[in-house]
Design a protein around this ligand. Sequence first.
Ligand code: GDP
Length: 425
Amino acid sequence: MITAVVGANWGDEGKGKITDVLAQESDYIVRFQGGSNAGHTIKNEFGKFGLHLMPSGIFNKEAVSVLGNGVAVNAKKFIEELASIEEAGVPHGKIIISDRAQLVMSYHMAFDAYEEERLAGHSFGSTKAGIAPCFSDKYAKIGFQVADLYADKEVLMARIENVCTIKNVLFENLYHKPQIKPEDIYEELMEYAEILRPYVAHTSQVLNDALREGKKILLEGQLGALKDTDHGIYPMVTSSSTLAGFGSTGAGLPPYAIERIVTVVKAYSSAVGAGAFVSELFGDEADELRRRGGDGGEFGVTTGRPRRVGWFDAVATRYGCMMQGATEVAVTVVDVLGYLDELKICVGYEIDGEVTKDFPNTPLLEKAKPVYETLPGWKTDIRGIKNYDDLPSECKAYIERIEKEIGVRVSMVSNGPAREELIIR
Ligand code: GDP
């Protein structure tokens, strides 16, 4: 049985926490896309952790954590993150990395940095983790899979020389930066070969065997549906699919086996980086929500950048749930909204004088204006409440209004960052 935990919004929905909770009853926890370009925040008995590459399941010592073939692996970041977890005394379980995962190279990170420099004020707001250049090379078939680290030197050198020829044209002529040398790239790969050696496995075989044995597999998504390369707000998207459906490809598992798709929805909107954001708040209202938001303010886990915040966007979230194929929804950070006298929900977009509930493509999205509905606030702190029925009636009305708009059952309500602050409905 496979469960996926994925986001319906722009990321930072609190998937880390929901994954951490579900990981406690899983045998395998799998990252299937992305890389170290975003992060989850997990708060549990060992402390507070910002995980970037490591599956959140690392905190279940009985479970196997898997970096699937769909992940862009930064070997140094991986080993650093593992060291920080071990230093905190976390008794983690086994970790395996797909022999088919792509490697993030130093020149991928250099490309990200140079490109941001070149675009200056018009940049995409990249995290400079080299993820877009890495995935571009994957599809251009000039990337390196983990398995290549253990190939014959001659074969590898031929591939490296080809890569250097292509890359150096851009380094020299577009960015006016130093060229890369084949022998340096070979050295870099050999360093990664040593770092990753203990973890490399045929992960899709391992996972399919586990599935046949009736084990529980948890797929852990990074970012949200609106950052999906195809279905998101292109080009302000990420470079790998963020959808549960891609879990099949990015982990190498049968699509029909992904039975449960827990889609995480944030009780208000937040986004990092550029792109249209219809229900965005500005000024004092935004500052207050940003300061109170998440756990200690809305600032990116990987970048520390302040997040843009706004009212709950039912149009975007309904679409996000549809694209994920949500079978149930977890609404998070509801506790943060307890200070408001009233709350707005964006229930429609007005585009060229017409109101729609269907999420549009990017050029139309840029023109969309929010249509709001206002609901009364609950003006109390709901942290510590364990039963759904004990929530204030205004809070239940807000959640049920969200549920009606998105058309998917809300099965969990998160009312605090800690593992146990979760109301199962
Ligand atoms: P992810 O990328 O979807 O895992 O989201 P992040 O971990 O980046 O951001 C979510 C933030 O909200 C983190 O700081 C969490 O600790 C925090 N968080 C998660 N759920 C709740 C909640 O129900 N209430 C509050 N106050 N914070 C939460």
